[in-house]
Design a protein around this ligand. Structure first.
Ligand code: SF4
Ligand code: SF4
Length: 157
């Protein structure tokens, strides 16, 4: 995905020497009931194809609308993401949305070292494992931002 001029991350960064992160598979980030997982149009197509169902059935079964945007349903009224299975794993992992794929390298998590380290309270992957370079982190954050904009621009009118 090409990211152009104004879309690029421009923070003065605390992560010039990179950041360590490795998912530990705890499922906490999939269980935050107030967290919305936004869907871009092409993600609906990808996930429907992976599940072997039509986009219409996918929409009826797995999507809901928040602030005129399409997001994934929760389990029940206030539970985890509908795709978190009983083993605490993502059942659509190979085609999970960009928002999930790019976590924790979201722009809002990269505004300061304090913000980044605060994620440790629920994400045991922060500070562990692979060292991502600043370039890699900015690429992920910019790609996610671009995809997120696609998702929120795909509004119901
Ligand atoms: S909270 Fe962190 S470690 Fe747990 S599943 Fe999410 S990304 Fe992985
Ligand atoms: S789609 Fe998968 S990775 Fe994303 S929140 Fe749901 S269970 Fe977690």
């Amino acid at each position: 995905m090409i990211v152009k001029g104004d879309d690029k991350l421009t923070y003065s960064n605390f992560y010039d020497n990179g950041l360590r992160f490795q998912c530990q598979g705890c499922g906490n980030c999939c269980s935050i009931s107030e967290g919305e997982i936004y869907l871009a149009l092409e993600e609906v197509s990808e996930i429907s194809g992976f599940l072997g169902i039509s986009e219409t059935v996918f929409e009826e079964t797995y999507m809901r609308i928040v602030d005129n945007c399409y997001v994934l349903k929760l389990t029940g009224d206030n539970g985890p993401c509908i795709f978190l299975n009983s083993q605490g794993q993502c059942s659509i992992y190979p085609v999970r949305p960009s928002q999930c794929r790019s976590f924790p390298f979201w722009r809002e998590n990269l505004t300061s070292g304090l913000k980044w380290h605060s994620l440790k309270s629920f994400c045991p992957g922060i500070g562990n494992g692979k060292l991502f370079t600043k370039t890699e982190i900015d690429e992920i954050a910019n790609r996610d931002h671009y995809r997120f904009r696609e998702a929120i621009n795909w509004k119901i009118t």
